[in-house]
Design a protein. Structure first.
Lengths: 406, 569
């Protein structure tokens, strides 16, 4: 029931408009991830988040729903979407962290919360992904259902092999060695797609480097802030020792220095959340695309393998027809199955290709928006900081002048 | 002795590669050269480092072929006397009309011209209160290796470096207004030693370290350059001191051609011998002080090797002062002096702390600039990458945005670098004062030593007196006189007369030194007041000016990307 009414609102930011009266409003789905809370103790400790959904879509129960979720729930959702929506660039998750988890600094928690919020919002705004049933489960199910779903996840996928899946797997083990050899996997010969793949791989390197420096810049702000604080304190002590006008001058300077130190720490945080994190997010997005590229390669390979298998089977079948073997009926049956599987494989592959083409456009648009905003915040923050510094020091000049002659 | 930290402070804290350091120093040189005076030796003061005369690449340009950051740093606002120079490169960020910041820099600089020193910059060092008509400028350039032909046992073995020392002055005691000599470091040590002998009680600027160890470790070129700068700073400080600048020692050093005619601190060996020959008699207490020691010699401190006996005696006296139960005959009574000395000690401690923190601040600023530069570079590469094969318009837009941010980050990085060069200059004053305090401590030591000499002589007099009394008492008991005792008494009385004269000399010397201390302290307080206010203001104006520049750079980008702001969540 995918209607075109639910066209995407593009690569914009988080929420949508709040409802006045649900029935007359255009459909919307607004999600936010808030209120991180530490749960449990010691090694078992984890962070839980409040996920608030506001919507007027009929598939959802009620116009507002609040559930509690933890990081692994988000991972579950991401994995499900990745499996089901091959070809779509699934929004990236913040990294699992094995070490920092135990420390759970306020900054880490805030970074993670922001990233999770962005994650869910992107899904909610994506015209395909927003219709996912798994999303609905994630946004609405009570905690026990969620937990059950999470633990059954691997089980369900593995326990319910579709006929096609089993054929695929069977085919792979038989054909791979014979047809494809163990050397080089089959790849598409699509020059435009090749260029895209190359672009993605190189892009990751460039972005990673930029992100690394952005992170360092945050650190530099903190260091400069710290040294201004230390300097200010030391100069105040010098002022106390000196006394008179010069002593006052030292003290005033020291005080300003300490004040600016605080501004620098603030800017460091702002820089982290509004510039470095978006860059990191960009890197993750590119990594997610690499995952999709792999899926497409798999789909292509399956298609090729099946095509080969079908050809061989046809040859076999014809042989059997000539000699009128008893196995002919079985072989014919198998052949038909294979042909269906082959068509399915081709369909899957072509879907991925089509979706990817749309996704690439969407991705580029979205990234321009995201980075534009990040650049804006970066520039704004730097300008704000520089102005504060200039004002602070400038305000001291007349004071110094008057003190120096007194 | 003057700590070489002064140099190290600037260079090691700037933490950069040599190329960067050279280009930083070159900034000033460029500006000097640009003001058109090729004959100005100060522009050659970077002689060793800049041997081939070419500009070392600006640190950013070497790794930024794509962005073509201009290689000449055209915009040291403190020094550029003309409007900002033209630069053909596309990224020249500072082709802008002089801002408030520049104007403030320049006017400030005019008032406090004497704040600027070092960096091969030909600053005029005038003494503070005198009218602007007299000038006294010194520069040290052109290090040359020479052979020591006299002492070399090994052919080609003993080489040393000489420096060309050029003076421009209109002070009357000098013959002429411009002259040069060649001197080696050893000559500077001699000058320094002679000055400390002649000007006891004065706050004499400390000479550069001998630092033999460093010379093994450092590259020869760097070491020579460091030493050259140190010598220049030292000589300029001497020229700035109202009393010392008129000294004969300095004049001789600066003007007399050929071998330096200042006698080195007296040849230790021969004096030792003299002292040693007379030693046994003196140890037995039969002093032949009259022959061996000129009373006026007491006005010199007891130097090692010179008058060993005197050293022993003064040491005994100082021990008696410290550990003995009796109060020494004369004590340091000047309460005001004691207070001021304590205050100086506190000041030194705090100053040292501030100096350390200042170094950290400079490092932090430098790191910030570096990281901004690297960030800008990374974005430049990204921009290039995205634009090269942009398939979509959104990519082109993004690349354009990115380019903006990249160039701004690079601009900001350069601004931080320049900010730091200026910051170092201003905060260097802190470091300089640590050196001044060492000179003050030396002057206070002169005072203590002189006092100790007086005390020693007073003890000696008391000692002699009591011996005379004992002898007289013993002699009076013998009827008819005791010829040997009488002779002895005569000798002792003669000794006492000489010693008394010596004591009077010593007291005069002590009073003289006290007076010197007092005057110097007054001078220092005034200078300190001016210097530190100058430093604070310079620092603050500098920070404000550069912050303004950075604000304007970023405001431009912020407004250009303001379209994206509306969509934020």
């Amino acid at each position: 029931m995918i209607t075109t009414q639910r066209s995407p609102t593009g690569g914009g930011g988080g929420g949508s408009q709040s409802p006045r009266s649900p029935s007359s409003q255009p459909p919307f789905l607004s999600v936010s991830v808030t209120d991180p809370a530490k749960m449990g103790n010691g090694v078992q400790a984890y962070i839980s988040y409040k996920v608030i959904t506001k919507t007027n879509l009929p598939e959802y129960q009620g116009s507002e729903k609040i559930v509690i979720r933890r990081y692994t729930d988000f991972v579950w959702l991401c994995d499900r979407l990745f499996e089901k929506y091959k070809g779509i660039f699934i929004p990236p998750l913040p990294e699992k962290s094995t070490v920092e988890k135990f420390r759970f600094s306020a900054e880490f928690i805030e970074m993670r919360r922001q990233a999770l919020d962005t994650f869910v919002n992107r899904i909610a705004l994506h015209h395909e992904l927003q219709q996912s049933e798994d999303l609905r489960t994630f946004l609405q199910a009570d905690e026990q259902t969620m937990e059950r779903a999470r633990s059954q996840d691997t089980g369900i996928f593995k326990k319910k092999p579709s006929d096609l899946m089993s054929i695929f797997r069977g085919v792979q083990s038989k054909v791979t060695d014979v047809v494809l050899g163990k050397e080089k996997p089959v790849e598409e010969s699509n020059s435009e797609y090749d260029k895209f793949k190359k672009y993605i791989f190189e892009l990751e390197d460039h972005l990673a480097e930029a992100q690394k420096h952005a992170y360092r810049l945050v650190k530099r702000h903190r260091e400069l802030g710290q040294s201004l604080a230390d300097f200010g304190k030391a100069i105040k002590l010098l002022g106390a020792c000196e006394g008179d006008a010069l002593g006052t001058a030292f003290s005033e300077l020291g005080a300003k220095s300490e004040m600016l130190s605080i501004k620098l720490q603030r800017e460091a945080h702002h820089l982290l959340m509004n510039f470095e994190e978006p860059l990191k997010d960009y890197v993750r997005a590119v990594q997610s695309i690499k995952g999709t590229i792999t899926e497409r390669a798999n789909a292509f390979r399956q298609q090729c393998e099946l095509t080969e298998t079908i050809k061989l089977k046809e040859i076999d079948l014809n042989k059997m027809r000539l000699i009128r073997s008893e196995k002919m009926l079985d072989a014919e049956h198998e052949y038909e199955e294979l042909k269906v599987a082959g068509q399915e494989a081709t369909r899957r592959f072509e879907t991925i290709v089509k979706l990817m083409n749309e996704e690439i456009v969407r991705f580029q648009d979205q990234k321009t928006q995201d980075m534009g905003r990040a650049f804006h915040e970066f520039a704004k923050g730097q300008a704000r900081l520089a102005n504060a510094i200039a004002d602070a020091w400038r305000s001291l000049i007349p004071k110094l002048d008057s003190l120096s002659v007194s | 002795m003057m700590d070489f930290e002064n140099q190290g402070f600037e260079e090691s804290q700037l933490h950069a590669s040599r190329g960067e350091m050279e280009s930083l120093a070159l900034d000033d040189d460029d500006n000097n050269n640009n003001s058109g005076n090729d004959n100005n030796p100060s522009s050659r003061s970077n002689g060793v480092a800049n041997g081939d005369g070419s500009l070392h690449h600006h640190p950013l340009s070497s790794s930024l072929p794509f962005a073509e950051i201009p290689t000449t740093d055209d915009d040291d606002p403190l020094l550029s006397s003309s409007s900002p120079q033209q630069n053909p490169n596309s990224f020249n960020s500072l082709l802008e009309p002089p801002s408030y910041a520049d104007a403030v820099f320049r006017s400030f600089d005019g008032d406090h011209g004497k704040q600027i020193n070092g960096h091969g910059h030909g600053a005029v060092s005038t003494s503070s209160p005198s009218p602007s008509t007299d000038y006294f400028k010194i520069s040290v350039t052109d290090p040359q290796k020479e052979q020591d032909l006299n002492n070399s046992l090994v052919p080609g073995g003993n080489t040393f470096v000489t420096y060309l020392i050029t003076t421009w002055t209109n002070l009357p005691e000098f013959n002429g207004t411009e002259f040069s000599v060649r001197r080696r470091f050893r000559d500077v040590v001699t000058l320094s030693d002679r000055l400390s002998e002649s000007y006891r009680g004065y706050f004499i600027p400390l000479r550069p370290d001998k630092s033999v160890v460093e010379s093994q470790v450092m590259q020869k070129q760097d070491f020579v350059e460091q030493r050259r700068m140190g010598l220049e700073k030292y000589l300029r400080k001497l020229a700035a001191h109202p009393v010392i600048r008129r000294s004969e020692e300095l004049r001789v050093f600066l003007q007399v051609q050929g071998k330096l005619p200042l006698i080195k601190t007296t040849d230790v060996a021969s004096r030792m011998l003299d002292g040693a020959v007379k030693l046994p008699k003196q140890l037995f207490g039969e002093s032949v002080v009259a022959e061996a020691v000129d009373p006026n010699d007491v006005s010199q401190p007891a130097k090692g090797g010179r008058d060993l006996l005197r050293l022993f005696k003064e040491l005994r006296q100082s021990v008696a002062n410290d550990w003995g139960g009796t109060k020494p005959p004369v004590v340091e009574e000047d309460k005001e002096f004691l207070e001021k000395r304590k205050k100086m000690q506190d000041f030194e401690q705090e100053l040292s702390n501030v100096s350390q923190q200042a170094e950290s601040l400079v490092k932090a600023q430098q790191d910030m600039g570096e990281t901004l530069g690297q960030l800008g570079l990374a974005f430049v590469k990204l921009t290039k990458f995205e634009s090269e094969e942009a398939n979509f318009n959104s990519q082109k837009v993004r690349a354009a945005d990115m380019k903006n941010v990249a160039t701004s980050a690079v601009k900001a990085s350069r601004l931080y670098r320049e900010l730091n060069v200026q910051t170092v200059r201003h905060l260097d004053k802190l470091h300089e004062y640590l050196g001044v305090i060492l000179a003050v401590n030396n002057a206070y030591s002169d005072r203590s030593n002189a006092l100790l000499t007086v005390q020693t002589l007073l003890s000696e007099l008391a000692n002699l007196n009591s011996r005379i009394e004992k002898l007289e008492a013993a002699a009076s008991k013998i009827f008819g006189g005791d010829r040997s005792r009488v002779r002895k008494i005569e000798e002792l009385k003669e000794t006492m007369r000489v010693t008394d004269e010596a004591k009077n000399c010593a007291v005069r010397e002590y009073e003289r030194i006290k007076e010197n201390n007092k005057n110097e302290l007054e001078r220092l307080d005034k200078e300190r007041h001016d210097d530190f206010f100058g430093m604070l203001k310079g620092f603050v104006v500098n920070q404000a000016g550069y912050a303004e520049k950075m604000a304007s750079v970023w405001e431009t980008v912020a407004s250009e990307t303001s379209g994206y702001a509306a969509t934020s969540s």
